[in-house]
Ligand binder design. Structure first.
Ligand code: BES
Ligand code: MN
Ligand code: ZN
Length: 487
């Protein structure tokens, strides 16, 4: 789908359908439709359409013998309309156009559509257009909208929005692939191909090298699987001196059966999504190669499959991590934090100023916040607050959870080893984050995003389709761009 900008009156574009974005109880934007605005106003009031957010109405009007098609899309109250309202409005529109098999549309979203609005609209269009249907023999819904033009759209916003959304869709495509297609070995191959295509550096460590580096935590989690683990290190290096160096770490469980503490059927279903953090990292790296910020970014993935077998790691096992710290295994289903122990330590060894990790880490985080919000945990409140602020624009909901509960932290130390991998049911998302913090190097500012809830939805809504969401891609990219701009 091509997204572009145009500047013409309604008279000049009459032969294609027009979408008009309106505010709740403020339909002033209809004026753009010229002679039709009066009729539109009448139809909307007759149909009781108010312009509330997440609403759309199709209005075909007759002019002599020709039908003029309008789509009126609600943004909610004018003073409250956020960038995410524009994003969702665009997605709802594109989903409807796909259904109506409309190949071209013009969008009127007001007289001034600045950088941020143009970006949000473009993201909504491309995200909303996404579907994962490659395995369906009959492609019933495969109609593609070819071209969307935004009235006075801001070219740079459209360009960056497209890169953001395509990176996110790339991540979604990877997450949606099942465990029989993406395993640690094929995930590493995908990373290498991406690096080759985009001009990134990529180093993959196999199971032998993983052990040689002392990453017995990652290795242990992966050793029960027929497909051995891989450690993936991608690097985006700008031309010239970078302004900053950061690392993005993603949990990469290509499938999480629970291991010997095996999950029951209902909970095992969808655990192909346990690689969402890793796939978000790949999407981010892909976008960076196009955006070319003056920031050095390391993408780090510990890829493993958590399976039960005669060679699987067990409850009671004591594992030595790359950091030298030892972990006692209480539950083999709390495997993500074990793999991340080595990944975070390795990332720290690169001496970045900041680390963000993304992980579908705990069911407890979904219990705490619901499935639409990711948990944010940090060792640096300024850094955490910066990401919270950015997330309010990207529409990826984040909420901070506390890390200062000493009594809760003590529970992780009740072990024959330095640390145990679970600390009871209460505050499970927090104790998981506290576990991770042990493996972040001194002086490095770190944020952990527990994306277990919003990484994958069983039903479509807004700009999401059923399945993977690519959650985290937009917020991390926006953060990296803000470092580049120095804002
Ligand atoms: N990958 C899961 C967490 C998860 C659950 C992600 C639901 C997405 C949806 C993680 O590895 C896990 O199994 N966590 C356990 C931890 C427990 C054993 C301490 C959990 O949340 O039940
Ligand atoms: Mn698990
Ligand atoms: Zn897991």
């Amino acid at each position: 789908m091509e997204v572009s900008s145009y500047e013409k009156s309604y008279q000049e574009i009459k032969d294609t359908p027009l979408a008009i974005f309106v505010f709740e109880e403020d339909f002033s934007n209809l004026k753009y439709a010229d002679a039709f605005s009066e009729k539109l106003n009448k139809v909307l009031s007759a149909e009781n359409f108010k312009g509330k957010e997440d609403t759309l109405i199709k209005v075909p009007l007759l002019e002599d013998d020709t039908i003029r098609t309008f789509y009126v899309v609600g943004l909610g109250k004018k003073d409250k309309a956020s960038f995410d309202d524009y994003r969702r409005a665009s997605a709802i529109l594109i989903k409807r156009l796909k259904k109506d098999k409309v190949p071209f549309v013009h969008i009127y979203a007001g007289e001034t559509v600045d950088y941020k609005k143009s970006k949000a609209i473009t993201e909504g269009l491309i995200l909303g257009h996404y579907s994962f249907d490659k395995y369906k023999s009959k492609k019933e819904e495969s109609f593609s909208v070819e071209r969307v033009s935004i009235y006075r759209g801001y070219e740079e916003g459209i360009k960056v929005g497209r890169i953001f959304a395509q990176a996110q869709n790339y991540a979604r495509d990877l997450v949606n692939e099942p465990g029989n297609v993406i395993n640690p070995i094929t995930l590493a191959e995908i990373a290498q191909n991406l690096a080759r295509e985009c001009g990134l550096e990529c180093k993959v460590y196999d199971e032998k090298q993983i052990q040689e580096m002392g990453m017995y935590a990652l290795w242990s989690v992966g050793k029960g699987s027929a497909t051995p683990p891989r450690f993936i290190h991608l690097t985006y290096r700008p031309q010239g001196e970078p302004k900053d160096r950061i690392a993005i770490v993603g949990k990469g469980l290509t499938f999480d059966s629970g291991g010997l503490n095996i999950k029951t059927g209902d909970y095992m279903r969808t655990m192909k999504m346990d690689k969402s953090g890793a796939c978000a990292v790949l999407g981010i790296m892909k976008a960076l190669a196009e955006l070319k910020p003056q920031i050095e970014v390391h993408g780090i993935i510990g890829a493993a499959e958590n399976m039960p077998s005669g060679s699987a790691y067990r409850p009671d096992d004591i594992i030595k991590t790359m950091s030298g710290k030892t972990i006692e295994v209480d539950n083999t289903d709390a495997e993500g934090r074990i793999t991340l122990a080595d990944a975070l330590w390795y990332a720290s060894s690169l001496k970045p100023s900041h680390i963000i990790d993304m992980a579908t880490l705990t069911g407890a985080c979904i219990v705490a916040l619901g499935e639409y919000t990711a948990g944010l945990f940090t060792n640096d409140d300024n850094f955490g607050d910066r990401l919270l602020e950015i997330s309010r624009e990207t529409g990826e909901r984040l909420w901070k959870l506390p890390m200062d509960d000493k009594k809760l932290r003590e529970k992780l130390k009740k072990s024959d080893a330095d640390i145990v991998n679970t600390a009871g049911r209460y505050g499970g998302a927090i104790t998981a984050a506290m576990f991770l913090e042990e493996f972040v190097g001194e002086g490095i500012k770190w944020v952990h995003l527990d994306i277990a809830g919003p990484a994958y939805f069983k039903e479509e809504f807004g700009y999401y389709s059923k399945g993977a969401t690519g959650f985290g891609v937009r917020t991390c990219l926006e953060y990296i761009l803000s470092l580049d701009k120095g804002t």
